[in-house]
Design a binder for this molecule. Structure first.
Ligand SMILES: NC(=O)c1ccc[n+]([C@@H]2O[C@H](COP(=O)([O-])OP(=O)(O)OC[C@H]3O[C@@H](n4cnc5c(N)ncnc54)[C@H](O)[C@@H]3O)[C@@H](O)[C@H]2O)c1
Length: 425
């Protein structure tokens, strides 16, 4: 059997390694700098929570002896036919790109790689990086010629946390190579490893661009929905009804408005374009529109009370979206800042976090005893636990801002509270 090293055993890398190791075609080595991660994987235990099916799949591979982990990336690479890189690239608040983790990985690959190895990058990247930054460096370090002595591919990872295993088998895999031979090898690898549909594109840059374009499409589409929602509010029109009706036309795919766009993908990857030549235009404008939605939401609450000074506001959901335990760019952080600037006291509830974890974000963790204090509630992340949220338990709550347009207006108004969504009155 061929040996595959997956570098980066995080939220995406660990499921990938587990799927490859259960394919019946590969022995898999998972390489990670985090010793604790390596230790748990070597006991057949997943450190990633809330990923349906992962625990069982990882255990099966561990039991079958097809998956093991190491902190020694260089050695793992030296034993491998295929190397898959899924280590993050970071982007700061100003959109500047930080390559420290992936550059460190590339150094290890360059030192360990042997002749004939295929290296595939899956991390989301600005177009050109696989070839010009990483391929070039591996070649410099190893003395091997790209396309002849070793092969290079790029295949973006497009899965969604919380349903990664499902997405890995259902989504077509976009593949590319630095030349024809590399592309053939990349295709053949994913056919065996994932057994899913494959879409080949003509070069590495096209595949890199495709993944960023997907994120940009969603960000821009949400920005349009947000702009229309704010306008609909000014006219007293219900945007939820509008979108439902408009999307019955097959060319209309309006997304849903909301209090903001969080996570480490949609609000982040547009900067791979904005900071690389697409600085003026709809992509950048959409980022601004979406980041201003928290301010808009707080203005709606403020309008109701006239002032938010000393008002106790509860935000539901610290996570950036429903049913995940991830806070990257969560709209709750923007909401909390806006509310604090207006003098409000901010309480945050999230069933996926402990009180200590919530307090680390400089907000009050919400406790059952705080119920009577709450003046208004803002729904930010619609976790499954909020489906039956009991608003009756908040006798002094006057206003509910439904930041995801998912709550039942009738129930809330039936309790004597004022309901407002984003573009829904
Ligand atoms: N999380 C998502 O929802 C998602 C979705 C689609 C694509 N992606 C892509 O996947 C990439 C990885 O995301 P993630 O959520 O798995 O990240 P993560 O933070 O969960 O995991 C990254 C892992 O890489 C390890 N690591 C860091 N530097 C390393 C190094 N030099 N050598 C070896 N290991 C190293 C870390 O210890 C960690 O275990 C993202 O940057 C993105 O491009 C993520």
């Amino acid at each position: 059997m061929e040996t595959v090293t997956v570098i980066g055993l995080g939220k995406i890398g660990l499921p990938l390694a587990a799927v490859f190791a259960n394919s019946g075609h590969f022995n898999v080595i998972g390489a990670d700098v985090n010793e604790k991660v390596v230790e748990t994987v070597n006991k057949g235990i997943s450190h990633i929570q809330n990923e349906p099916g992962l625990d069982q799949l990882l255990y099966a591979a561990w039991k079958a002896g097809t998956l093991r982990a190491t902190v020694d990336t260089e050695k793992a690479v030296s034993q491998s036919d295929v190397v898959v890189v899924i280590v993050p690239v970071l982007v700061d608040e100003k959109g500047n790109i930080n390559y420290k983790y992936i550059d460190a990985t590339v150094e290890e690959i360059g030192k360990g790689i042997r002749k004939g190895t295929l290296v595939i990058f899956e991390t989301t990247l600005p177009a050109g990086d696989t070839r010009n930054r990483f391929g070039k460096r591996i070649s410099e370090l190893s003395g091997l010629t790209l396309g002849k002595d070793f092969y290079l591919g790029y295949s973006p990872e497009r899965v969604y946390s919380n349903r990664i295993l499902q997405d890995l088998s259902n989504y077509p895999k976009i593949v590319s190579g630095d030349n024809e031979k590399s592309l053939e090898l990349v295709k053949s690898f994913y056919q065996k490893a994932l057994n899913c549909d494959i879409i080949s594109v003509s070069n590495l840059e096209t595949a890199e661009f495709t993944k960023v374009a997907e994120s940009v499409y969603r960000d821009v589409n949400i920005a349009l929905a947000n702009e229309l929602a704010v306008y609909a509010d000014s006219l007293g029109v219900n945007i939820k009804e509008v979108i439902h009706a408009a999307n019955s036309q097959p060319f209309s795919h309006l997304h849903s408005p909301g209090v903001g766009v969080g996570g480490h993908c949609i609000p982040v990857y547009p900067y791979f374009f904005i900071n690389n030549g697409l600085g003026n235009g709809i992509v950048q404008l959409s980022r601004k529109v979406n980041d201003q939605m928290a301010k808009y939401a707080v203005q709606q609450v403020e309008k109701h009370f006239s002032t938010l000074e000393n008002k106790n506001i509860l935000i539901l959901g610290l996570a950036f979206r429903e049913n995940v335990k991830e806070t990257a760019n969560s709209s709750t952080l923007l909401l909390a800042d806006e509310l604090k600037q207006k003098g409000a006291v901010v309480y945050v509830d999230d069933p996926l976090y402990t009180s200590e974890e919530i307090a680390a974000f400089q907000v009050q963790p919400f406790l059952v005893n705080d119920r009577e204090k709450i003046d208004a509630i803002i729904l930010q992340a619609y976790h499954a636990q909020y489906k039956d949220f009991d608003f009756k338990q908040f006798p002094n709550c006057q206003f509910v801002l439904d930041g995801r347009n998912v709550l039942d207006l009738k129930i809330i108004e039936g309790l004597g509270m004022k309901y407002q969504g984003i573009g829904v009155q």
